[in-house]
Design a protein around this ligand. Structure first.
Ligand SMILES: *[C@@H]1O[C@H](CO)[C@@H](O)[C@H](O)[C@H]1NC(C)=O
Ligand SMILES: *[C@@H]1O[C@H](CO)[C@@H](O)[C@H](O)[C@H]1NC(C)=O
Ligand SMILES: *[C@@H]1O[C@H](CO)[C@@H](O)[C@H](O)[C@H]1NC(C)=O
Length: 978
């Protein structure tokens, strides 16, 4: 006794140690808890004091330290306090798209020495950018855009030697662009940085020549929409890596440096809306240029430069109001990708000749306000041409090109996927797959797309599929992505509305949203190249679903998982010991009680169910065995005869835990084992042996005896007899040699089920259930249909087993009974689970899950993956095999034709509909499987017709029939002896 006490004590201490070991660092826990009190709309699962092991949403830890905070689009409100600077292991902070986060950014941010990603895009921060931000030596990604920061760009940013992404755009920053001088750092030192995004601020001063050098690796220089003055520094021409240059919408003056055309990788060049002078820029040799905008500058009058006709990648040429004169060369129109030509307000004269070999992508030729006197209509250019304000439109000209076209076609919007859009309840939208749900939405801003034909759907479909693919890769449950209303805004950004719809549910969880927000804010998502640099601003999401199992738990660190597993294992052992002691004690007390108070029962008293009794109805049929008979049949319950797992489950501990969870710990508590035995008659049987003594165990025992004695069907496991004595409580079943369906599907039993066999198994099990529902009197609900409870006989006929949880429906009029929820997770009817209303449709649901298991051979509920949801999400009725190939059991031979597969899937999905009313009855299921088998060219009758007749005949008074009259087909079952 003493020894066990010490052992227990040690185990408990070990357990505590492991749990304490996994807890969050107390200081960091305090920081997060203070964050919680300072900010509104923190995720509701931020409770307790151990963020790391309790899986607080948006918090990622290693061991005990917080390394990442991801709270994009949470609707956070309030000011960020300086406490945040104490999370000294923090690597990534994403608070993007929380416009309610206001006030200054605390300077203590500079204490986060491990920070690599600081993402605050789309918040409401104001005040200066703290210069301490330059003390983050590991910072790679800095996104402060679309806030209300003001003041200067801190020169210390120049110290961020690892910086890759610098986005300060869309703020109220003023002053000049800092460059280094003496000990003072500057942005010219950022030789690793690829992105300078400073657009939409109030920056003044010149663009320092020092800013650029041949050492730089910039690919995007975006300075648009500021108040920069002076001339474009010639040093820009040294940055050979550049791909996108936007200096438009400033006050730049002077000549365009002549070496600009050395930037041969540039695809987007915007110099428009400045005061640039001198010769029209020479862009010859910039062969990958897609889009050029030089409009609204004061270049000296010049002829249209012939080099444009050699820029074969050009999609868009804008040179409005740039003093171009003379004839427009017809060769320009032959550029194969040309979409838009904006040459308004120039000095072109003569007759316009578009030629007959013009680009088939050409959508708009805008030559308003020139001096064009004629139009040579040669090749029948069909799209928009604007010549208003030219002599050719003078007087009473009525030509089409003299009037502004009225655009009637609505802007692009993702069309429905060959389905009829649903009328959705308030606030929900119909997805492209016509499912109603609450989408995650916002606007994508493309700062320099390489195309200008906004009506061309192919751009959006490729954007759409790249978004969808990216969400899928990152394991966000996305049904579909919808894009709409593309338009150019005042900054010449392409704006596109985005809606992302959740898969298999009405709304996204917080962790889904935070993940999608991060994918877009951290630029994990990369749009197709033609869309160029982008940013996203999310709308607020007001319909978070309750967090699902993919939430916080996944973010547990390895240490915690190991700790929890070891702890869980120890707990399990303790329970096991407890169960053992409990059983022993109960057996003892039960025996003692009987010995004392019921002396006439002492000894090997047997209970005879054929005599009338309180607890049993009068029964005929099953034989009453003495424990001695069964002892002999099993060679004294020898281990060699212990078949444990074969359908009744040696898994008593598992059963115990299951029933413990379901609030019924005594069920199966004291199951001793399942044995194979040979009766004196030679019949093979399976004997389920449990400890007597508990009243609930007794109830279950009587239930099973009673039910099984009344039902007889080839697809139900038959009860041969039972034993009920003081010390023994046993059920004797017909022996079903091929184990459980689960064993076959998992490959454990060595039986391979091809498609036809699976159909046959499904049919058999369905018939057994249909018999219970429709022909048994009173009808019976099984309540625990699962692949573990479907056995396969020697001919692989299915037999439904384990009636321990079954309920007769006799005493209810409407076929509904209210009862405590029992059954097995993964198979449980959600409606029954929520309402406690049990009816036959709950079995149909479980059966639907079994059908899905037949298809996929997957565990119904595993690691938060639920088979019903998986199939529902993956399934696409437009595709061959409904696109389910990846989910299908590979043992089915995926190259084989699986005839009737689609109908089988349809049937399974109808069985697992949300509400019972939508599910078929078991007899309808039987008919449908028969129809599918006929389609597959199989015979549905040969094996079962006579037996069906038998079972039907037996239904009115099944227990009046002699069991011996039923057919126990198969080699193992000699003529029934009873
Ligand atoms: C050029 O300036 C005019 C007048 O300010 C403006 O309407 C037009 O949009 C500008 N063109 C471009 C291409 O920016
Ligand atoms: C176009 O204008 C130029 C002067 O800018 C003139 O020399 C030329 O003759 C004109 N061409 C035509 C066809 O009117
Ligand atoms: C975030 O972005 C950076 C820079 O693009 C990248 O290196 C990093 O892998 C991204 N992080 C995640 C988790 O995608």
């Amino acid at each position: 006794m003493m020894g066990r006490g010490i052992l227990l004590f040690l185990l408990v201490r070990l357990f505590q140690f492991l749990v304490v070991e996994a807890a969050t660092d107390p200081q960091e826990s305090a920081v997060l808890r203070s964050l919680k009190t300072q900010l509104q709309n923190i995720p509701p699962n931020w409770v307790g004091s151990d963020p790391c092991s309790e899986g607080w949403e948006g918090i990622v830890c290693t061991d005990t330290r917080v390394i990442s905070i991801q709270l994009s689009t949470m609707g956070l409100k309030g000011q960020l306090s300086g406490d945040i600077g104490s999370l000294s292991e923090l690597q990534s902070l994403d608070l993007s798209y929380n416009p309610g986060l206001t006030g200054p950014l605390p300077p203590s941010i500079g204490n986060l020495k491990k920070l690599t990603n600081l993402i605050l895009v789309g918040c409401g921060f104001s005040g200066p950018i703290p210069s301490e931000i330059g003390y983050l030596p590991r910072l790679v990604f800095l996104s402060l855009n679309s806030n209300r920061f003001n003041g200067n760009i801190p020169p210390t940013i120049g110290s961020l030697s690892s910086l890759y992404w610098l986005d300060l755009a869309d703020n109220q920053l003023s002053g000049s662009i800092p460059v280094s001088s003496g000990n003072i750092p500057g942005l010219d030192m950022l030789t690793h940085t690829k992105h300078f995004h400073f657009g939409k601020n109030q920056l003044t001063g010149t663009i320092p020549a020092q800013l650029f050098s041949a050492n730089m690796n910039l690919i995007h220089v975006l300075f648009e929409d500021n108040q920069l003055t002076g001339s474009i520094p010639a040093t820009l021409g040294l940055v050979k890596t550049l791909e996108v240059v936007r200096l438009d919408r400033n006050l730049l003056s002077g000549n365009v440096p002549t070496n600009l055309n050395k930037l041969i990788s540039v695809i987007e060049l915007h110099l428009s809306n400045n005061d640039l002078v001198g010769p029209f820029p020479d862009l010859s040799g910039m062969l990958v240029l897609n889009s050029v905008d030089l409009s609204n500058n004061s270049f000296s009058v010049s002829d249209f430069p012939p080099y444009f006709s050699t820029l074969m990648s050009l999609t868009t040429l804008e040179a409005e109001n740039t003093n171009l004169k003379g004839l427009l060369p017809p060769a320009l129109f032959t550029l194969p990708q040309l979409q838009t030509l904006n040459l308004k307000t120039n000095l072109f004269n003569g007759s316009l000749d578009i030629g007959s070999d013009f680009s088939d992508q050409l959508e708009l030729v805008d030559l308003q306000n020139n001096s064009i006197t004629g139009y040579i209509e040669r090749g029948g250019y069909p799209n928009e041409l604007r010549l208003m304000g030219n002599p050719v439109c003078g007087g009473s000209a009525t030509a089409k090109f003299c009037q502004l076209a009225v655009h009637s076609s609505p802007p692009y919007s993702t069309p429905p996927n060959t389905c009829v859009p649903s009328l959705c309840p308030n606030g929900q939208n119909s997805s492209p797959n016509c499912q109603c749900s609450f989408p995650y939405s916002g606007t994508l801003f493309f700062r320099a797309p390489s195309f200008s034909d906004l009506g061309n759907a192919s751009y959006y479909t490729s954007l759409q599929s790249s978004l969808q693919a990216s969400f899928t890769t990152n394991k966000v449950p996305v049904d579909s992505v919808s894009l709409s209303n593309p338009s150019k805004d005042a900054d010449d950004y392409l704006e596109v509305s985005l809606q992302v719809f959740p898969a298999g549910k009405q709304s996204f969880s917080r962790s889904d949203i935070a993940k999608m927000g991060f994918m877009l804010s951290n630029q994990t998502f990369k749009p197709p190249k033609s869309f160029g640099p982008f940013f996203f601003i999310a709308s607020q999401y007001a319909h978070f679903s309750e967090s699902d199992s993919t939430g916080g738990s996944k973010k547990m660190s390895l240490g915690i998982i190991v700790g929890a597993s070891v702890g869980g294992f120890i707990l399990l052992m303790l329970i096991f010991v407890g169960v053992y002691l409990f059983c022993r004690k109960r057996v003892k007390t039960a025996t003692e009680r009987r010995n004392v108070s019921e002396p006439r029962h002492s000894g090997a008293t047997s209970w005879d169910p054929t005599k009338s009794s309180d607890s049993f109805p009068q029964l005929k049929g099953p034989k009453v065995f003495s424990s001695n008979e069964l002892r002999k049949a099993t060679n004294n319950f020898s281990e060699a005869n212990d078949i444990g797992s074969g359908g009744y489950g040696k898994a008593s501990l598992f059963h115990f835990l299951k029933n413990f969870m379901l609030g019924e710990p005594s069920q199966f508590l004291c199951l001793l084992g399942v044995y194979r035995g040979t009766l004196a008659s030679g019949q093979l049987v399976a004997i389920k042996r449990s400890q007597p003594g508990s009243s609930q165990g007794h109830n279950e025992f009587t239930t099973e005896v009673e039910l099984l004695s009344r039902v007889h069907h080839k697809n139900l496991v038959g009860l041969v007899g039972f034993c009920f004595e003081d010390k023994e409580q046993m059920l004797v079943y017909e022996f079903v040699p091929n184990g459980t369906l689960k064993g076959s599907l998992t490959g454990k039993s060595g039986i391979r089920l091809d498609w036809n066999r699976r159909l046959r198994v499904a049919l058999g099990a369905a018939k057994g259930l249909s018999y219970l529902h429709d022909l048994a009197n009173p009808p019976i609900i099984h309540r625990d249909i699962k692949t573990n409870n479907i056995l396969l006989d020697e001919r692989l006929n299915a037999k439904v087993a384990d009636f321990g949880l079954s309920k007769p429906m006799g005493d209810s009029e409407d076929g509904q009974i209210v009862t405590q929820v029992k059954g097995t997770m993964g198979y449980l009817d959600p409606e029954y689970y929520m309402s406690n209303q049990l009816n036959a449709k709950s079995d149909v649901y479980s059966f639907g899950v079994v059908l899905l298991e037949l298809l996929t051979a997957r565990v119904p509920l595993e690691k938060g993956r639920y088979i019903v949801r998986e199939v529902r999400v993956a399934m696409d009725r437009q595709k061959d095999r409904y696109g389910l190939n990846e989910l299908l059991d590979s043992a089915l031979g995926l190259t084989n034709p699986l005839k009737g597969l689609e109908q089988f899937v349809d049937l399974a999905m109808r069985c697992v509909e949300e509400t019972g009313d939508e599910r078929p009855t078991m007899s309808e299921v039987v008919k449908e499987i028969e129809r599918i088998m006929q389609m597959a060219g199989m015979n549905t009758n040969s094996d079962s017709a006579s037996l069906d007749a038998t079972s039907t005949r037996s239904s009115p008074h099944p227990y009046n029939n002699n069991v011996a009259s039923f057919d126990y087909s198969g080699a193992y079952t000699p003529p029934h002896p009873y």
